[in-house]
Design a binder for this molecule. Structure first.
Ligand SMILES: [Zn+2]
Length: 805
């Protein structure tokens, strides 16, 4: 009897543990849960049309590029449906197909489309055929093995996985496969792609582990992919793999892909910024599910490192192109800003997860700024042109492209845009968070309370938001409405950028017409009460035009202001301004601004107007600058480059020192420039920008690299014959690291009839570093002049500026 009792007790305890476990399994995730986009129907004029265009334009053309470039063909060949060699450039090209399937799956949930669904079915069938018997999926190797190993990409090793931490991207591809598979399963209920993903994941589970292959992913994403697989299957091994791939990073790998330290020891954002943000997102997932403090502390510190020193006012991150990634703090150049579209999307992933962990509005402040500016600039209004880098200043050299050889950005846009409604709301068991202000109707659950919520807003053009709450029955819960930093005199969390002006208008909040003064906690207006069906909350966020100044350590923004209204950053672009010249503008620091909505411009947009000045260098004994008053129109930064390439500028100079006046009409400036080597940099030689020294990277230069040990030239063809008697030249020299040095010798020739003749120099030729070389000669009347340069035997050379008088 006693024994029986004990047995019964044991059974009860076991049952309790099991129920406890299974309960814990579901509650052990983010403390705040997002309301999925499938529960939120947008009714607004800003995002809804963009999401529709993503469905009707971006996704179809992205698939058609995957077909025409051979990305789909790679699966067909690997699957035995066709023959031949690997058709595309990169071994990670498989990932684009997966990402677009993910986007198409999301899109299907908003725009059911049997034709698209059937296309996905066929595509998934081909992917299944391309998967090897044991689950391995990497078309480049599979195709190469059909040809005795020939055609294996140089980034891949003879054996599977071995070079993944360098460049093979095997784990990267399947990481995107897992994300796509979960999306497709959730959208359609079909297991086809999910089964392919599981077969692949089980191979990874067999091949990798503490006592098996220990290669960390060279390009992160599989960590997030495994967490999604874990959530959908409940299989613990997938969660363990996500953690395994994070824990084996560092401490002796490359900074470029964040393997220079163990992930929990990292406190600074370094290296490739897409890899970085995908990793931080994966770490946030582990921090949430396993309640891991070390992970949590690391990403929270890294966030501060980014936001306090490495983010642009547009939300863009990853300043430099060389590493496609983070530079040192405060190194944020505008014209060469990299700000890859994928990095903006990755940063949104990370900030959303940090919000779900901490419930703090500052993460949504960064998310919102990125969403409305640097992410959105990644795609054209027509939804068929894409930016890879998103610079903050242009001389006309930037233009969105229809597709890229490395197509990560278009495919990321395709999958990100349809999921935007999922960032609006979040819940806990007794709280509702309203994070973004976009007109919509949503169905959601707070604990076991079912309710509908709707928003009416004209965001981002207007700060008025009307929220209606419809709980099924009267129920008590906490409503947390985000009060954005920009509505409380904070341009961005931290001190990197500050509003230069003052605004005393606060936000206003009322419930059923009665003004309330809620407590602000962690960036949210918090209201606890018993809510009834039809309760109306009105929020009025102040949206005056604000000017922003940057921390003075950001050299490129010194003496400049940016213009912000709500979360939107504005810019000056060539079509809206009289002369089309933008880079020579200057405005007054305390300029007055007006703002209006222009329905016929760029699909309908707010514009901002002020008065500024066109500046121009003047000829004369004393160099001077002429400033002529001119009206200045600003448009949202994200909308630039929809009317062709040309000049654009976000940071507006407020001093003559910080602007770039138009060149004076000198002989050189009015000449046609030719050279022995034609490059886009040739315009540097007569742009009248003087460097500080022979290796000043802030000023453009022309070079002959990699040529060396030979004569090269630059030539001016004059508008009309001119009498000249003096020349000055400033050489480029990037020694000791670079490949250019001042030349061995140079000479000036002039055109006499059809013959080039040397000028008669009155002094001897010199070759000087870090200063001008000046030469006076007997006057000649001529229509063209040539600067010949003898390059060093071992080095190339270049020129900053060449003056003729
Ligand atoms: Zn990209």
């Amino acid at each position: 009897m006693k024994n029986h009792k004990n047995l019964l007790l044991i059974i009860v305890i076991i049952t309790l543990i099991f129920t406890g476990c299974s309960k814990r399994k579901y509650s052990m995730d983010y403390p705040v849960q997002p309301v999925p986009f499938t529960s939120v129907k947008l009714t607004d004029n800003f995002w809804a049309p963009r999401i529709q265009k993503n469905a009707t334009v971006t996704i179809p053309i992205a698939f058609s590029y995957c077909e025409s470039t051979g990305r789909v063909k790679n699966f067909e060949i690997a699957g035995g449906l066709d023959t031949g060699r690997f058709r595309t450039i990169y071994p990670f090209d498989d990932s684009d197909v997966f990402k677009i399937i993910e986007g198409a799956s999301y899109s299907l949930q908003t725009f059911p489309d049997p034709e698209l669904e059937a296309y996905l079915d066929t595509l998934i069938w081909k992917i299944g055929l391309a998967q090897e018997e044991d689950g391995y999926l990497y078309t480049n190797r599979t195709i190469a093995e059909m040809h005795g190993g020939e055609g294996l990409h140089e980034w891949a090793s003879k054996n599977r996985w071995e070079l993944d931490s360098i460049l093979s991207h095997e784990l990267y591809n399947i990481g995107h496969l897992y994300e796509a598979a979960v999306a497709h399963f959730q959208a359609t209920g079909k297991r086809t792609l999910l089964d392919i993903a599981i077969k692949s994941a089980d191979l990874v589970n067999r091949d990798f582990g503490p006592d098996r292959v220990k290669v960390y992913p060279g390009h992160q994403v599989i960590e997030m992919g495994f967490v999604k697989l874990y959530r959908v299957t409940g299989e613990r091994k997938y969660l363990d793999l996500a953690r395994f791939f994070l824990d084996i990073r560092g401490p002796n790998g490359d900074q470029y892909n964040q393997a220079h330290k163990r992930v929990v020891d990292q406190t600074k954002a370094v290296g490739h910024s897409v890899r970085a943000t995908y990793m931080y997102s994966g770490m946030a997932d582990i921090a949430a599910i396993e309640k891991d403090e070390a992970y949590l502390n690391a990403i929270t510190e890294i966030w501060e490192d980014i936001v306090y020193g490495k983010i642009y006012i547009t939300g863009g991150i990853g300043a430099t192109g060389g590493n496609e990634g983070f530079a040192d703090p405060f190194v944020l150049p505008n014209m060469t800003a990299y700000c890859e579209t994928c990095a903006s999307i990755g940063n949104i992933f990370t900030n959303h997860r940090l919000f779900l962990l901490h419930g703090e509005g500052k993460y949504i402040d960064i998310l919102e700024k990125t969403l409305y500016n640097s992410m959105l600039s990644g795609v054209s209004l027509s939804a068929d042109r894409f930016f890879y880098p998103n610079p903050l200043e242009s001389n006309g050299q930037h233009e969105r492209q229809a597709w890229y050889g490395c197509a990560c950005c278009p495919s990321n846009i395709a999958r990100f845009v349809p999921a935007i409604p999922g960032y609006i709301y979040a819940v806990t068991d007794d709280e509702l968070y309203i994070n973004l202000f976009i007109s919509n109707n949503a169905e959601l659950k707070i604990g076991d309370r079912t309710m509908s919520v709707s928003q009416k807003a004209n965001f981002p053009w207007d700060g008025r938001v009307e929220i209606t709450l419809n709980p099924e029955k009267n129920s008590k819960f906490t409503l947390n409405i985000r009060i954005p930093g920009w509505a409380m005199n904070e341009a961005i969390p931290g001190d990197l950028y500050k509003f230069a002006d003052h605004n005393n208008d606060g936000f206003k909040l009322s419930i059923n017409g009665k003004v309330i003064h809620p407590e602000i906690i962690n960036g949210y207006a918090v209201t606890v009460r018993k809510w009834s069906p039809g309760d109306r909350v009105e929020l009025d966020l102040p949206m005056p035009v604000r000017t922003v100044i940057a921390d003075e350590r950001i050299k490129d923004d010194n003496g400049k202001i940016a213009v912000q209204r709500g979360p939107v950053i504005f810019c000056a672009e060539w079509p809206d301004n009289n002369t089309g010249n933008i880079l020579n503008l200057v405005v007054e620091k305390d300029s007055a601004f007006t703002t209006e909505y222009v329905p016929e411009l760029l699909g309908g947009t707010q514009v901002i107007k002020t008065t500024g000045y066109q500046t121009r260098r003047m000829l004369g004994e004393e160099p001077s600058v002429l400033a002529e008053e001119e009206p200045v129109t600003l448009i949202p930064y994200a909308l630039w480059n929809n009317r062709g390439p040309g000049q654009m500028m976000v940071w507006l100079p407020t001093t003559l020192e910080s602007t770039n006046p138009l060149p004076a009409p000198t002989i050189a400036f009015r000449s046609k420039v030719r050279a022995s080597k034609l490059t886009r940099d040739l315009s540097a030689v007569n742009d009248q920008q003087e460097p500080e020294n022979s290796n000043d990277r802030s000023v453009t230069y022309y070079h002959w690299w990699p040529n060396k040990d030979k004569w090269e030239y630059v030539q001016y063809d004059f508008e009309k014959p001119e009498t000249i008697s003096k020349t000055e030249v400033y050489w480029f020299d990037d020694g000791p690291e670079g490949g250019c040095r001042i030349p061995d010798e140079w000479e000036i020739l002039y055109l006499s009839g059809n013959i080039w003749k040397p000028i008669n120099a009155k002094v001897s030729y010199k070759v000087t570093k870090n200063n001008w070389d000046s030469l006076i000669f007997e006057p000649v009347k001529t229509s063209a002049v040539k600067l010949r340069v003898r390059l060093n035997r071992d080095y190339s050379g270049g020129i900053y500026e060449w003056i003729v008088e």
